[in-house]
Design a protein around this ligand. Structure first.
Ligand code: ZN
Length: 272
């Protein structure tokens, strides 16, 4: 018996700190990527100091910061026996272009003082909606394209609007004629329908565990807050409300406040 216990102790002691990937994730992660992992349901998973929500069958999800400078993401797994395992993942950098857009109405680049309070309130509302922590698991579906069309603006681009540098583009722009149908890329529940200064008619859909999508510059909105939508169901039409030079859908993907790259999830666009 003593020998057996000794052997087990020896095994525990020599087990390397990073013995393989116990989290069901790829070895390399990408800036702006969304990752779904899987562990035994009685485990606990931490990303930094955030404990990740776990589904009854052990799935969890998180996103990598699009502009994260560190080359490494560290997750901790506490297994059913209480043992802690540190797992490090290399982060692959993405290249983001500089995009210059000219000809925007001046009030959309440097807003007049009288709308600053409204813009601050818009930002706070969106932020609040993105704190939602529902236990839906719609994020496990495979994304479908909300609209088909030419990509007129990539995620993460450093943007210079009318010559003024602005924050990086938080979503992807898909150009399509006004009135083109927009469908839900995943099932979910509508958590915001609002007309915002920059993004015009805006819809946010919750897909669970902090994952949400946003649809901006819409012409018509065909859903209400609290409404359940199925993947592929129409939520509205393409427009150019808010800050836009032409009709397009601004499509964004978030893990809580963190902006993720929707293009990494959509894959190739189906033939039109
Ligand atoms: Zn956009």
């Amino acid at each position: 018996m003593k020998i057996v216990i000794g052997f087990i102790l020896l095994l525990v002691m020599v087990a390397p700190a990073q013995a393989g990937n116990r989290l069901g994730l790829p070895d390399t992660l990408t800036q702006g990527g969304l990752y779904i992992g899987r562990v035994a349901p009685n485990s606990v998973v931490w990303l930094g100091n955030k404990r990740l929500q776990l589904s009854p069958d052990g799935h969890f999800v998180f996103g990598v910061n699009a502009h994260q400078q560190s080359r490494v993401v560290t997750l901790w797994l506490v297994d059913g026996n209480g043992s802690r395992h540190r797992q490090e993942f290399t982060v692959k950098k993405q290249h983001y272009d500089v995009q210059r857009i000219n000809g925007l109405p001046e009030k959309m680049v440097t807003p007049p003082k009288k709308v600053l309070a409204r813009i601050r309130a818009d930002v706070a509302r969106v932020r609040q909606v993105r704190t939602l922590d529902s236990n839906r698991q719609d994020f496990r579906e495979r994304f479908i394209w909300p609209v088909r069309g030419r990509i007129s603006g990539n995620f993460g681009n450093y943007r210079i609007l009318n010559g003024i540098p602005k924050s990086p583009h938080g979503g992807m722009d898909i150009a399509a004629p006004k009135g083109t149908k927009i469908v839900a890329p995943l099932s979910g529940v509508v958590t915001m329908v609002s007309k915002l200064y920059y993004t015009g008619n805006t819809v946010i859909i919750d897909h669970g565990f902090g994952i949400s999508t946003v649809f901006a510059h819409m012409n018509r909105v065909m859903v209400k807050v609290g409404q359940r939508v199925r993947q592929g169901a129409q939520i509205g039409t393409v427009g150019m409300t808010g800050r836009a030079t032409g009709p397009h859908l601004h499509f964004g993907l978030n893990w809580y406040q963190r902006r993720l790259n929707p293009a990494l999830e959509l894959g190739r666009q189906p033939a039109r």
